[in-house]
Design a protein around this ligand. Sequence first.
Ligand code: MG
Length: 303
Amino acid sequence: MSVIPERVFIREVGPRDGLQNESKILSTDDKVVWIDQLSETGLDYIEVSSFVSSKWIPPLADALQVFRKIRRVKGVTYAALVPNVKGLEQAFKADVDEVVIFLSASESHNHKNLNRSIKDSLNNCRDVCQRALSEGLSVRAYISTVFGCPYEGHIPFDKTMGIAQILLEGGVHEIAFADTIGVSTPRQVSKFLDLALKLVNSDRVSLHFHDTRGTGLANVLTGLEYGVFKFDSAIGGLGGCPYAPGAAGNITTEDLIYMLKGMDIRTDIDYEPLMESAMFIRDRFAERQLPSHALQSTCSTLS
Ligand code: MG
């Protein structure tokens, strides 16, 4: 019996995850125009920016200005990454709808990325989460390197699920299980979901795939077959892989929407305005061809 969901929700991560991993820095005004466009496509979730120190992530140094300038559309959740309680104060100033915390399933990756152990990260996440919840905000968490780590290789899935359960018990509403380096395949996703969905209800699960090796949408299809109905993606396929220069990054929102529409799965996202927002960002990154297949196909039809 098929459990493929009738309705899928997209977490658009282009403005944060996408831009964070691009070497070119987009102007604040361009970000605002682009996010305002995205707000009109029917997307109901946009990861706008990050309150990680601008020293570490210069492309997102204008997070507060962007939040203050965007035109908010009712029904759209505007989220931001928050590394610690200090970042949370900024997020409050920006009036974010959802706080996104993050850590890694791999001890080595966590140390390289966050300069602390997983245990210390979990303590930090708990503090941020409690404070955000007390202010009435929802909280989402990324667990990165779930399907493979650039330093340790395979990370046992029960390790990831141990972290996930601590986060969920701490009040996190949703967890994005991320294939940070884009190594997963449908069989691996299937094995992961066999375990994960025994422990966590699918309404608290989002899958975050990268298309580094071309398996992104195949992995989404596997997720759909397990009844998963939340996926992260980025317009244009923005955001490369820090461990593989030049490689594709996040799966592409417009490619994903094209596939879902063809499968009669509802998203309430309008394809044409979505493509317009993809063209807008393509023009801003004209020095390189973005990985989006839908974009390449549309542009070849136009020329
Ligand atoms: Mg990503």
